[in-house]
Design a binder for this molecule. Structure first.
Ligand code: NAP
Length: 484
């Protein structure tokens, strides 16, 4: 009996849709899900009449696959991945390939790759972006692992990925955890861009008191520009015009305002702190979601602290809308710039050898942060692979400087109106800090040296210096303390 060419474990939204996508491109598929009812439901409906074989035990699943076996895990990240791998191990043979398509932490992926390589099994950590629809119609795929394993799956992943004018949105990224690293940072940028759009919406809705239909029109117009065209802009415009069938109100107005922040956003910020890479826009976005989830406390504080809501903007509305469009472009470029900096930092720290131009290319289709500006990001890193920061690239430098006064004014107006602007303010501060040759951390260094003898460098001579700032009496040491 002929065997299936590809196996998928996990039939939740992502697994089902990827299995259908793979089958649609001419590959026979075997599927397995821990809960058999889900397999039955899938086979009876969406997989009916397709070249998809249901299996009900892992041994049946493994036996149904041609060698070397190619097995995609599309299951909950974390412990379940280790559990399923340990169940698969005794059933597999040298050279077989396990692909983890979930949102696993890149360090777990590196560990799993090593453990499996020790028993001659190959492992690919595959970042998948595009949600349910992308998984079915063409996601952006971010694979990392052994190059020989990638070669085996390349004919399949290049077909199922989203296609853009310069190829499929997939490429071999690098060893062990590199694919999941790129996916983690992709999600960090996603957090940044989503928060910036939310803040723009806040200013339009509450500062200018615009009706949802007008908001829909503005986001649609912005989406039609080269600067702001993106998937997130497109869905925002669509969301804003949706009417709730139950209440008759615009759906956006009845949705609770507390957002979740799951693993990848938090991991991005933790990783950036670990490597010492500044990503303030992305960090502000993660923090904004955390604060939003303090719903009850915010309701109490709104009364106690007279947070009756933002004030209305009294100036020229249309002029402010135009400035907001420019500010949103600048701030989103910061979100991408921070993400690319972190990719560069991670690539150096873990020897991933990432090609940042290629990363930008595979994000141009299928994924949540796909946007026209990725063409410029791709070109910037292609022309100068050693580019220090995207903000310095000729594709962006002048555009940012031309829009700086609008960006500055938008942040100032939001502060004036009591509209929180965590990501807008963080992005402008990032830009202004990055382009300052001298920052006030000379004072920070002096303070550290004062209370902790941490020493400092001087601008006029080399070496390490310490100043006796105060006479070390019992009285002064008690007042200042001595710890960092
Ligand atoms: P999910 O809700 O994250 O996971 C559910 C699946 O995991 C089910 O098939 C479940 O099997 C299986 N599972 C959980 N624990 C298991 C265990 N101990 N042993 C065996 N199977 C186990 O599914 P998802 O939303 O489709 O996402 C799959 C992965 O892709 C996740 O890592 C997710 O973070 C990532 N991802 C999701 C999206 C998205 O838009 N949803 C986008 C990109 C990446 P049972 O049916 O038996 O419970």
């Amino acid at each position: 009996m002929s065997k299936q060419q590809f196996g998928v474990i996990g039939l939740a939204v992502m697994g089902e849709n990827l299995a259908l996508n793979i089958e649609r491109h001419g590959f026979s598929v075997a599927v397995y899900n821990r809960t058999a009812q889900k397999t039955d439901a899938f086979m009876a409906e969406r997989a009916k009449g397709k070249n998809i074989k249901a299996t009900y035990t892992l041994s049946e699943f493994v036996a149904s696959l041609e060698q070397p076996r190619k097995i995609l895990l599309m299951i909950q990240a974390g412990k379940p991945v280790d559990i399923v791998i340990s169940e698969l191990k005794p059933l597999l043979e040298p050279g077989d390939i396990i692909i983890d398509g979930g949102n696993s932490h890149f360090k777990d992926t590196a560990r799993r790759e090593k453990e499996l390589a020790a028993i001659s099994l190959r492992f690919i950590g595959l970042g998948v972006s595009g949600g349910e629809y992308g998984a079915l119609m063409g996601p952006s795929l971010m694979p990392g692992g052994h190059p020989s394993a990638y070669q085996e799956v390349e004919p399949i992943v290049t077909k199922i990925a989203a296609q853009v004018e310069d190829g499929p949105c997939v490429t071999y990224l690098g060893p062990d955890g590199s694919g999941h690293y790129v996916k983690m940072v992709h999600n960090g940028i996603e957090y940044g861009n989503m928060q910036l759009i939310a803040e723009a919406y806040d200013l339009l809705k509450n500062g200018l008191e615009l009706h949802p239909e007008h908001l829909h029109q503005i986001f649609s117009e912005w989406n039609a520009t080269d600067e702001l065209n993106s998937y997130l802009m497109e869905i925002t415009a669509e969301i804003l015009e949706r009417v709730d069938t139950e209440s008759g109100s615009f759906l956006i107005d009845v949705i609770q305002d507390d957002a979740e922040q799951k693993g990848t956003g938090r991991w991005t910020v933790m990783e950036a702190l670990e490597l010492g890479v500044p990503i303030p826009t992305i960090a502000a976005a993660v923090t904004a979601r955390v604060l939003s989830s303090f719903k009850e406390e915010r309701q109490i504080a709104a009364e106690t602290l007279n947070g009756s809501g933002p004030r209305r903007y009294e100036g020229d509305s249309q002029a402010l809308i135009n400035k907001l469009r420019d500010a949103l472009y600048c701030a989103q470029i910061c979100s991408y710039a921070e993400g690319m900096e972190l990719l560069d930092g991670g690539s150096k720290a873990y020897n991933f050898g990432l090609n940042l131009s290629e990363v930008a290319r595979i994000w141009k289709g299928g994924c949540i942060i796909r946007a026209k500006c990725l063409n410029d990001i791709q070109a910037a890193f292609r022309q100068n692979p050693g580019l220090m920061n995207l903000l310095l690239a000729p594709q962006f430098k002048q555009k940012l400087l031309d829009r700086l006064s609008a960006w500055r004014e938008v942040v100032a107006v939001m502060m004036e109106l009591d509209i929180p602007a965590p990501a807008f303010a963080a992005s402008l501060t990032y830009f202004n800090s990055y382009r300052r040759a001298r920052l006030p951390q000379n004072l920070t260094q002096a303070q550290r040296d004062y209370f902790g003898a941490h020493t400092y460098h001087r601008i006029d001579k080399s070496g390490v210096f310490h100043t006796e700032w105060a006479a070390l009496t019992e009285e002064t040491s008690l007042q200042t303390g001595t710890t960092d």
